[in-house]
Design a binder for this molecule. Sequence first.
Ligand SMILES: *[C@@H]1O[C@H](CO)[C@@H](O)[C@H](O)[C@H]1NC(C)=O
Ligand SMILES: *[C@@H]1O[C@H](CO)[C@@H](O)[C@H](O)[C@H]1NC(C)=O
Length: 513
Amino acid sequence: MALRALFSPFLVSPILLASLQSPKTPTTVCPSKSIRCASNTITIDDHTVIRRSANYPPSFWDYNFVQSLSSDYTEEKYMREAYNMKDEVKGLINGVMDPLAKLELIDAVQRLGLKYHFEGEIKQSLDDLIHLHNDAWCSDDLHATALRFRLLRQHGCDVPKDVFESFKDETGNFKTSLCEDVKGLLSLYEASFFGLDGETIIDEAKIFTTANLKNIKGDMSPSVVRKVGHALDMPLHWRLTRVEARWFIETYEQEQNMSPILLEFAKLDYNMVQSVHQKEVGNLARWDVNGIDKLPHNIRTCLLALFNTVNEIGYWTLKNRGFNIIPYLSKAWADVLKACLKEAKWYHSGYKPTLGEYLDNAVVSIGAPLALFTSYFLTTENINEEALHYIDKLPSIMRCSSMLLRLTNDLGTSSDELARGDNLKAVQCYMNETGASEEVARDYINNLVHETWKTMNKGMFESYPFSEPFLSANPNLGRTAQCFYQYGDGHGIPHNWTKDHLISLLVQPIPLK
Ligand SMILES: *[C@@H]1O[C@H](CO)[C@@H](O)[C@H](O)[C@H]1NC(C)=O
Ligand SMILES: *[C@@H]1O[C@H](CO)[C@@H](O)[C@H](O)[C@H]1NC(C)=O
């Protein structure tokens, strides 16, 4: 799926969804030319080459449909309304309240998709919290401790893992009494996805909470059942912000202590952001590059067109900066093509790589480093060569992001791909290397997903020559992958879960009062 995911039926492109994460991302540049490639029967020097077809069903998102998307929420009256509501919510966040209430408010603001409006206020509130000398308010409350841990780590503050020691008993296990505390378990579960390599207690917390949440006995309100199911389905840390916002707005509406102004602002903002995305998607639709599937024979045509396009971006962003983007771009493309070529050679010679050998190549062949490289120009105002050199070396966060796309893609699509005749994927390489069953191999790869997130978490604490939007594009690409491939090939066969989600993301506004 590598190249296809980058450019083909635009709406289901991970890089697009990754960019949907942050409404602040500068508007995607729209190329003025449309790029068209030939069909998959290609004639070169009178020889006709028939290539294997990927048999993807036609995309549901046809050009006219996408161009027809429109929304009322671009009107000025909504902007004025939003402006006033934002002010009120700001007052709410800055208000005086006990620390736990403040954390819960921040959590709600973030899950409602509003974090980008209140970065400064949230940072200030969390800073104040770190400097609180008295932590009696959370020390024996699992929910408070875990929520504090999660929110602080999310904001780049390395809270020690030891805060959870006091919830263990003499035998070194989490206290059995915690099993009754569903709220605490849920918070600890979500926090446990912010662990780093070597933090055993956080790994234990993940196992403990997962097992106990699956086994909760006794009467639970429908709202708790819903929340537990949602969390077990996928942890918050792995979820796409906008998809989560839609779900959480409905959930928050039913909470007893919810803030009506916060809820109303969240709905209005969701609809307004949706109207922006509709426009961007309309622009992206003009990148008519479905034919990119028919690579490699017509690759030159496509690439030349793409180079022209990026050159336009280049002129747009690099004006007055005196350096040429083309060598970097050529290198990024060449890396992907070399990696694809290696896979093709393996396939045709019957060579079966070890998992390690496969992954070293496969993180590049999936196209993620190239996609991230391209997104650098779309997310960065002050482009600099130091960053380009850095990106070229595939820093840890980019490698993790590419690895997540590769692993989740392989878990979701490899059966179909092998059936249509494709090279071995992660699961099969591991099976061949170790003689493991498919089930064991899938567990192993799933576990690698968890491990990769730990490395990503650590990477997010490091310093980079990048600005925030590009930095977060990395975990966001990982999240997009998790979202697409959770139930199989959500990209290649997008007529089920992905379709519903994309409709609620891009087509249907939330009804307002
Ligand atoms: C792995 O593949 C090689 C080459 O096809 C084969 O000889 C070997 O038996 C396979 N190993 C397992 C465990 O299937
Ligand atoms: C649709 O998604 C559900 C999971 O939500 C899955 O069980 C089902 O098999 C999918 N159907 C198709 C046709 O992919």
